[in-house]
Structure formats: structure tokens, C-alpha cells
Design a protein around this ligand. Structure first.
Ligand SMILES: Cc1cc2nc3c(=O)[nH]c(=O)nc-3n(C[C@H](O)[C@H](O)[C@H](O)COP(=O)(O)OP(=O)(O)OC[C@H]3O[C@@H](n4cnc5c(N)ncnc54)[C@H](O)[C@@H]3O)c2cc1C
Length: 600
């Protein structure tokens, strides 16, 4: 049976040393994040997910969701009771505004808790996760009436929420949407169409589900410019707040899929369902992007969350399992064999997993801080900088984070040998669950195109220049300290690869846009490696500082310094290869005609 321990000590280290949470004590949005409260969120939240959600992870995977003939969907045994506990303990309300019944904690604190939820049970975590995206869109673009009607009961967890973009003929290319919205005399619309792959589209956890649906109004352009956003409740909400009749929206079927079996993935049929416009007509995509940007960071966090649990179990297995002898001679001569831990190749996998997981935790929490600062920072320049940095790095956190999450899950499975492939050990579930995060919320290829094709050039390259400066400043500081000088020097080389690749796109992207498309994913990984590298430089500097001051747990700080060194020596050099791939351009990628791809 797999185990999971919330990494509270590491989260605290990141919040204190990388994010520097105490520096923001006077910023209004951070008022509720006192040290005691943050401690309580991490400790009690960690205990809740470990005791209540984690025990349902494997059973939920094996049982899956069930759709009944009347279109209702039952979640796996125990989910409903666990959801009730989740709502009663207020875990879903952490970051929501107080005006809607939330606890108004900064995003960075709720993100730490969300990581634990994903680690414990990703399928479960997605139910409130989807609702949070819908809440964000309604708060940003909904009318005051819509906000009053729906948001408080979504924040409390009484009602769920979904996002409905995908249709059979339209996934990445939302311009192909066919769902129609017919205006009615009373100001409402009748929504007709089929949406597929809708996470949490139907389930038994909440008494109502508030769907946000993309559709086109009559005469709207047949492109992404013609899309509007609608709010469509599963059960109509009367003016006094009571639940009325059932709306004409139903779950036609649920998908049988590779992973996240405990989360219902639904075909949703809208048969003239009553809905209301959210925001302006034909500005639906912009409204949906509010939801999607938050969701993309949440999906990046899924990569981290799954990686952490898979890694923790692989470490335990490598300590328990005995096979072969250390290359340097028996480590434990009295035993018939040494543990897996003596083998450098097993350690390679575990160290890659450790350095990437802890590095991604720092990057995800630092990214969440930028979301907070974008709204709450003291002056406009700081707000702008935070917005630029998180805008640039959102596709990196999503794309690189989930690619690494999947890699770590498969490496952790590899540590188990054949046992990793067998269901009862639980490792194959992590591989299956991690896989979807690379696909939904915009595939990782599409994230990379967003980064290179859009974000790099925005505002004359202001965001990427700000990122370069941030990394360069950290390098200068790091070089001035013996404990971090080597990490800083290696990061400088990696930054050079990133800057050269960026220049290469500037010089070669316009003349042939395929050069951009062909290099986009390598570039996203290159930037991800540098972004995690700067986090390791910060962590190493903090560990060295604390050691000198005689503060903190010396073994923990030493481990940070060793892991930073591993990252610098074994992960950072990959930027050179990625740069050469980018500079190779698109010619070989685009040369073959489709009929020559299969060599049979
Ligand atoms: C389990 C699950 C849950 C989901 N939950 C939701 C949900 O709650 N709500 C919702 O609306 N949708 C949801 N989705 C849908 C998901 O977001 C889409 O599957 C995803 O966006 C990709 O769309 P597609 O499957 O149509 O692939 P396609 O768009 O057909 O893409 C196929 C391939 O082509 C590539 N590609 C396509 N266009 C481009 C381009 N312009 N440039 C470069 N490469 C390109 C893609 O990267 C991909 O590799 C879910 C899907 C799954 C499987």
C-alpha cells in the first residue's frame, strides 16, 4: 500500500526562505496569513488530506464513477462523506474573498494546501478545483446578480462548478465551437449543443452544479471571435435562493479513461438549457481565460503533487528492497544483498525526482506569490512586474511542471522494477493519473506555443527581459558566496543558453514561423530548467545562511545544499542540448511528406 506524508517542513522552508512570506505582512491581501494561521493550514490541512482523502485514492481509482440510467453519477465509495468533511472544515474557502464567505488567505498559502490535496487524491481534488475556476470567472466577469446568486454557495462548497469548452470537433481550436445560444425575451438564452470531456460535469457531491459554457449567439462570426460565455445551473435557482426545477442539461455518458477514475469526465448534453450571458457577448474567450490561467497553474501543481507522492514511495521502496551489491563492495556484508539505495542508477532517478520536485514546489509557490502581488502589491510597478512574470511563466509551470511530474512518476515506478507495474503497489496509478495533466487545460505543445509565439514578444519582450534580470541578479549574488558560487556559475551558463535561444527565435521566427513551432517545447523546457535553477540557487543560499547562523535542522539544510549541487551538475547542463535543438530549426522537422512517416 502506498504512503503519503505532507511535506510540511519543506513547504515552510519555501514559504519562509524563497517566498519570504513575512516580508508581505503589511500588504493588505496577506493580512490573514499570520505565521500561526499558515502553520495551522499546513499542519491541519496536511493531516486532513492524509487521514481523509489519501485512504480513498486507491479504492477510488479501482471503483471509478458510475453513471445511472437517469443520467445521475455516483462518485466512488467514501467520496461523498469526505467531501462533506472537506466543506465542513472550510478547506475549500481558503483563498476566496471574505465578501463571498471565504477566508481571504493569499493564493500562495492555499496553493500549498492544494498541492497536498493533489498528492493525496488528485481525482477528488479536481471537484473543488473546477469550482474554483468557475468562481474566479464569475467574480471577474459576472453581473452583481449572478455573483450574489451563485458565488457564495460555490465558495462554501454547497454547489459545484464546471468549465465547458470542448466539443467532439473542437478541442484546441475553440473557433470550431457549434453550441448555440438563442436569446429569449426575458434576457436569458437557450443553450443547445454537446460538450465532451467535462470534468465533474455530473456527480453526487453537491446539491447543484453551476456550469460555465462557451457557445455562439446567432450571427456571431464563425471563429473564436464569436464565442460568448454563459452560466447554466443544473438546477434552476429561484430569486429567493431556493432550488427550483431541473434545467435541460444532462450527462449523456461518462468516459472510461486511463487515470483519475474517481473524477467523472462527462459528455454533457444541453437541450435548450436556460443560461445567462456572463460578461459581454462575443467576449467569452477572454472571460474563460481568467478561469484558464488560474487552472493552468493548478494543473502545473498537479504535476508536482503526483510527483511528490510517487517519489516518497520510491524512496521507501529503495530502502526496503534488497537486490545485488554496491559496485564498491557489499555495503551490508551480513545481509544477503544490499538495498536498492546503493545503486547509483537508482540514486540517479531518486535524486532527479528530489531535485525536480522540491524545485517545482518552490517555483509553484513563488508563482502563486506573483498572482497575489499582481493584485495586492503596494505599488503599480511591483504589480506590473508580478503580472509580467506570472504571465510569462504560467505556460512553463503548466507544461514543464506536468512533463516533469509524469517523468518523476514513471521514474518512481521504475525504482520498483516489475512491482511498479503491478496494481497493488499503487505506482502505476500515479503514472496513469499524472498523464492527463500534460493534455488538458491546453496540451503542453499548446502551452509552449503560447510561451514562444505570444508571451516572449508581448510588450516588446518586457516580461522575458524582467525574467532574465531576475535570474542574472540572483547569479551575481550567488557568485559572491562560496557555498553557492558553483551553482550560480552553472546557472549563468544555462541562462546564456536561454538568452541565445530567445535571440535565435527573434532572428529566425519571422522568416519561418515553423522555426517557432519546432523549437517551442524545447524552449519551454529550457526556461523551466532555468526557472527551477534560480529556485535552487535561492534555496542553497538560504540553507548556507541558516547553517552559518546555526539555525534550523542541519541535516535538512545539508540535504538542500547537496540537492542544489546535484541539480546544477546533472539537470542544468541539459539546457545546452535544448538550445542546439532549437537552433537546428524546422527544416528536418517539416521535410517529410505525411505518406513517408510510416516506414512499413
Ligand atoms: C480527462 C479529461 C478531462 C478534461 N476536462 C475538461 C473540462 O473540464 N472542460 C473542457 O472543456 N475540456 C476538458 N478536457 C478536454 C481537454 O482540454 C482537451 O482534450 C485538450 O484541450 C486537447 O483537445 P483535443 O483533445 O481536441 O486535441 P486536439 O486539439 O485535436 O489536439 C491533438 C494534438 O494536436 C496538437 N495541436 C492541436 N492544435 C495545435 C496547434 N495549433 N499547435 C500545435 N499543436 C497543436 C495538440 O497539442 C495535440 O497533441 C478534458 C480532457 C480529458 C481527457
Amino acid at each position: 500500500m502506498p504512503q503519503y506524508t505532507p511535506p510540511v517542513r519543506d513547504t515552510r522552508f519555501v514559504l519562509e526562505q524563497v517566498v519570504g512570506l513575512d516580508r508581505y505582512a503589511n500588504v493588505p491581501g496577506f493580512a490573514n496569513a499570520t505565521p500561526d494561521t499558515v502553520e495551522a493550514v499546513l499542519e491541519q490541512g496536511g493531516r486532513f488530506v492524509a487521514d481523509v482523502l489519501f485512504p480513498l485514492n486507491q479504492s477510488g481509482d479501482q471503483e471509478g464513477c458510475t453513471r445511472h440510467e437517469d443520467g445521475s453519477v455516483t462518485t466512488p465509495k467514501g467520496f461523498k462523506e469526505a467531501y462533506q468533511q472537506f466543506v465542513e472544515s472550510g478547506w475549500g474557502t481558503l483563498a476566496a474573498p471574505e465578501a463571498y464567505g471565504g477566508q481571504a488567505m493569499p493564493h500562495v498559502v492555499s496553493t500549498a494546501f492544494q498541492e497536498y490535496m493533489v498528492s493525496a487524491n488528485m481525482a477528488f481534488a479536481m471537484y473543488p478545483g473546477l469550482a474554483h475556476g468557475a468562481i474566479a470567472a464569475l467574480i471577474a466577469k459576472g453581473s452583481p446578480e449572478q455573483q450574489e446568486k451563485y458565488v457564495p454557495r460555490m465558495v462554501s462548497g454547497e454547489w459545484g462548478g464546471t468549465m465547458n469548452l470542448t466539443e467532439p470537433q473542437c478541442g484546441t481550436d475553440l473557433g470550431l465551437i457549434r453550441t448555440r445560444a438563442e436569446p429569449q425575451a426575458d434576457g436569458s438564452y437557450l443553450i443547445t449543443g454537446t460538450k465532451i470531456f467535462i470534468s465533474a460535469g455530473e456527480h453526487d457531491l453537491t446539491s447543484n452544479i453551476i456550469h460555465l459554457v462557451l457557445a455562439k449567439t446567432p450571427g456571431a462570426p464563425d471563429s473564436s471571435k464569436g464565442i460568448s460565455l454563459f452560466v447554466v445551473p443544473k438546477i434552476m435557482v429561484e430569486d429567493d435562493g431556493s432550488l427550483g426545477t431541473r434545467n435541460a442539461v444532462s450527462c449523456g455518458s461518462i468516459e472510461h479513461k486511463m487515470g483519475i477514475h474517481g473524477n467523472s469526465t462527462c459528455v454533457m448534453n444541453y437541450d435548450g438549457a436556460k443560461g445567462w450571458l456572463v460578461g459581454e457577448e462575443m467576449k467569452g474567450l477572454a472571460a474563460m481565460f481568467i478561469m484558464m490561467n488560474a487552472a493552468r497553474l493548478g494543473v502545473g501543481l498537479q504535476g508536482l503533487g503526483i510527483a511528490e507522492t510517487a517519489y516518497q514511495n520510491a524512496v521507501q521502496y529503495a530502502q526496503d528492497r534488497r537486490q545485488g551489491r554496491a559496485l564498491t563492495g557489499p555495503a551490508e556484508p551480513n545481509e544477503k544483498a544490499d538495498t536498492l539505495f546503493v545503486h547509483p542508477d537508482v540514486r540517479r532517478m531518486l535524486m532527479e525526482a528530489k531535485s525536480l520536485t522540491e524545485g517545482l514546489r518552490a517555483l509553484c509557490l513563488w508563482g502563486a506569490l506573483q498572482v497575489d502581488l499582481e493584485h495586492d502589491a503596494g505599488d503599480d510597478a511591483e504589480k506590473q512586474l508580478a503580472a509580467d512574470l506570472i504571465g510569462l511563466l504560467t505556460p512553463v509551470i503548466k507544461g514543464f511542471g506536468t512533463d516533469m511530474g509524469y517523468k518523476i512518476a514513471t521514474d518512481a515506478q521504475q525504482v520498483y522494477g516489475g512491482h511498479g507495474y503491478i496494481r497493488e503497489w499503487g505506482m502505476e496509478q500515479y503514472v496513469r493519473d499524472a498523464r492527463i495533466a500534460q493534455i488538458y487545460e491546453g496540451t503542453n505543445g499548446v502551452q509552449a506555443m503560447d510561451l514562444v509565439g505570444r508571451k516572449l514578444a508581448q510588450n516588446g519582450g518586457r516580461a522575458v527581459q524582467a525574467f532574465f534580470k531576475l535570474v542574472a541578479d540572483e547569479i551575481v549574488a550567488g557568485k559572491g558566496n562560496d557555498a553557492t558560487a558553483d551553482v550560480a556559475t552553472r546557472l549563468e551558463k544555462a541562462l546564456g543558453d536561454l538568452q541565445a535561444s530567445t535571440m535565435w527565435f527573434m532572428a529566425n521566427g519571422m522568416q519561418n514561423p515553423n522555426n517557432v513551432g519546432a523549437g517551442a517545447v524545447p524552449y519551454m523546457h529550457l526556461m523551466g530548467i532555468v526557472a527551477v535553477g534560480v529556485m535552487w540557487l535561492r534555496m542553497a543560499a538560504a540553507a548556507a545562511r541558516l547553517k552559518v547562523a546555526g539555525e534550523g535542522d542541519a541535516a535538512f539544510l545539508d540535504a538542500k545544499l547537496v540537492t542544489a549541487r546535484f541539480y546544477a551538475e546533472r539537470i542544468l547542463p541539459n539546457t545546452g542540448a535544448l538550445r542546439r535543438q532549437i537552433e537546428g530549426g524546422a527544416e528536418a522537422v517539416m521535410a517529410l511528406p505525411p505518406e513517408m512517416f510510416v516506414a512499413a
